[in-house]
Design a protein around this ligand. Structure first.
Ligand SMILES: [Zn+2]
Length: 239
């Protein structure tokens, strides 16, 4: 059986002598594994389709539940990501998040579109890479069942004030009075509100991007029990 689908390569590992095994993110079947033959030979025609970040229309042969790539038509390889190490790691972190939060054989069109948008912004625009990644991470967490609530204190409903806390268990911030979780900063909260498309206090965002990245990485690690080495490297490199 043949299955034609748009997909993004989120992981690519060597397999046998000249092949690779790809983890593809597809809008209608979520994450799936597909072999691609002969791509490690020089001049292999489908070499481009076996690279991480490749966004293409794939034609897959499906036999006994296993997929093999038979052809691919490139939409975007997000090549500028390879020319800027900071943006490159933000891109890799995007793929790490996909890999950790997506299920096999479970479609997720919204996150698929958000992934393409995120890689596009990272590779083309002047947009801050931390904000691109945070916007994506908040979306993916929400779709993955671990939403971050940014609507005031999660306990009393009042404003979070200047020294909020973050409750990792529930994914919400609290005001100081209700706070039992980890101390967070107001700037973290405001940056996350900005990245979630909510109103935010610009004058209170100073220094918040790096803190927000650390908080979201810790939250992701706790919820998915995965390591995020590229996300970590991006935080280290990001100024
Ligand atoms: Zn409160």
């Amino acid at each position: 059986m043949e299955y034609k689908t748009d997909a993004i390569v989120i992981r690519s590992i060597d397999y046998k002598e000249n092949d690779k095994l790809l983890t593809l993110f597809t809008p209608s079947r979520g994450k799936l594994t597909a072999g691609i033959r002969g791509v490690r030979k020089p001049k292999a025609k489908l070499n481009f389709a076996a690279q991480p970040f490749c966004f293409a229309e794939y034609v897959l042969a499906e036999r006994a539940g296993r997929y093999t790539v038979t052809s691919a038509y490139l939409y975007d390889g997000f090549f500028p990501l390879r020319t800027d190490i900071v943006r490159y790691y933000a891109g890799c972190a995007t793929l790490e998040i996909c890999n950790a939060l997506l299920m096999e054989e479970e479609g997720n069109e919204g996150t698929f579109i958000a992934t393409v948008e995120c890689l596009k912004s990272l590779s083309l625009s002047e947009e801050d890479p931390a904000e691109c990644l945070l916007t994506f991470a908040l979306h993916a967490l929400r779709e993955g069942g671990y939403p971050v609530d940014l609507d005031g204190c999660g306990v009393c409903g009042e404003e979070v004030g200047e020294t909020p806390c973050f409750e990792f268990e529930f994914g919400f911030f609290t005001c100081k009075e209700c706070g039992q979780g980890e101390r967070a900063s107001r700037s973290t909260y405001e940056v996350l509100r900005k990245c979630a498309g909510l109103t935010y206090a610009e004058e209170k965002t100073d220094g918040g991007r790096k803190r927000a990245l650390r908080l979201i990485k810790a939250y992701l690690s706790q919820k998915t029990e995965e390591e995020y080495p590229c996300f970590g490297e991006f935080i280290r490199l990001y100024e």
